[in-house]
Design a protein around this ligand. Structure first.
Ligand code: F6P
Length: 335
């Protein structure tokens, strides 16, 4: 067994990284730590989710006469309270809330944060993996905080990450110099460094896409997916299909092992399903920082200017060469 002194906690690691930047004030470190703390609270509730059937379902009244909160509501409240308490954030936007929360009591706060508190929540009922996604921007407002603080292009993110609540709880983040992964050690309650400087293979082995939408996709998208099936074995080896239906879990597997995740637009939903600012941008920054790529099929995700907070976007993300196959096939199909 490894001696405890060899363990690098997330706090120690971020501080170490920050020392490389003498101008840093430590505020971003603390903010990341606030987020990590919020996700520990969410993770603990997720662990008990299966017991809800025995102890009473969400919406039911518990023994103290309090109504039990649904897990997605609980995750939202927990993340918001973890972020609010320390006064480091001027605006918080959550995928669960229609409007951003402007925090008037945080005059000196320099950061704006977007969160998807419980991504892939349909997996909860079947004991599947879910996640929390976060994205941090520098404040742009000078007076009162405003929606512009959370409507910035993804290439302005100062940090982004996710926590995956799977067989173990893992936090993966980037501040723009590589991607690092931490695993929660439940015995000490700390995220410890387990995956330093993650790199996604240039070509992946996995294909992750909801193929029940196949007949609603454009011809180009159908061709790209058929190419991944290995329709022309001389051009490309067939990929293995893996789809959980939880972006964090699907993305995480492909980040570690190499692969491509697609959620294209289709004839019913031309802009796809996923949210640009809450899901696509943070994952795109991580993918690029790990050597991968992310587009909407045509344009780089991180360059898209959001015009509304809950804007949706098609997403093609993962191993660089696989993402290129999609771009080329879509171009070929339209030219
Ligand atoms: O946006 C929420 C989400 O659950 C993602 O985590 C996931 O990738 C996607 O939706 C799954 O959608 P579908 O059930 O349509 O495949």
């Amino acid at each position: 067994m490894q001696h405890r002194s060899a363990v690098r906690t997330i706090e120690a690691f971020i501080l170490e990284q920050e020392r490389k930047h003498p101008e840093a004030t430590g505020e971003l470190t603390n903010l990341l730590y606030d987020i990590a703390l919020g996700t520990k609270v969410v993770g603990a509730a997720i662990r008990r989710a299966g017991l809800m059937d025995i102890l009473g379902r969400a919406g039911a009244v518990n023994i103290q006469g309090e109504e039990q909160m649904k897990l997605d509501v609980f995750a939202n409240e927990s993340m918001k309270s973890a972020l609010h308490q320390a006064g480091r954030v001027c605006v918080m936007a959550s995928e669960e809330d229609p409007e951003p929360t402007l925090l008037a009591d945080s005059d000196g706060a320099r950061y704006a944060v977007l969160i998807d508190p419980l991504d892939g929540s349909s997996n909860i009922d079947v004991n599947g993996a879910v996640g929390t996604i976060f994205s941090i921007y520098r404040r742009v407002s000078e007076g009162k905080p405003c929606v512009d603080d959370v409507l910035q292009t993804g290439n302005k993110q100062v940090a982004a990450g996710y926590v995956m609540y799977g067989s173990s709880v893992m936090l993966v983040y980037t501040t723009g110099s590589g991607v690092h992964g931490f695993t929660l050690d439940p015995t000490i309650g700390e995220f410890v460094l387990s995956h330093e400087n993650l790199r996604i293979p240039d070509t992946g082995v996995y294909l992750s896409v909801n193929e029940s939408n196949f007949y609603r996709w454009s011809r180009g998208m159908q061709l790209a997916v058929r190419a991944f099936h290995g329709e022309q074995p001389e051009a490309m080896k067939a990929k293995n299909s893996r789809y959980i239906g939880s972006l964090v879990a699907d993305f995480h597997r492909n980040l570690i092992a190499g692969g491509i995740f697609l959620y294209p637009g289709d004839s019913k939903n031309p802009r796809g399903k996923l949210r640009l600012s809450y899901e696509a941008n943070p994952m795109a920054l991580i993918a690029e920082q790990a050597g991968g790529a992310a587009t909407n099929g045509v344009d780089r995700i991180l360059d898209i200017q959001p015009t509304e907070l809950h804007q949706r976007t098609p997403l093609v993300i993962g191993s660089k060469k696989d993402v290129e196959v999609v771009t080329k096939t879509l171009n070929g199909a339209t030219s």
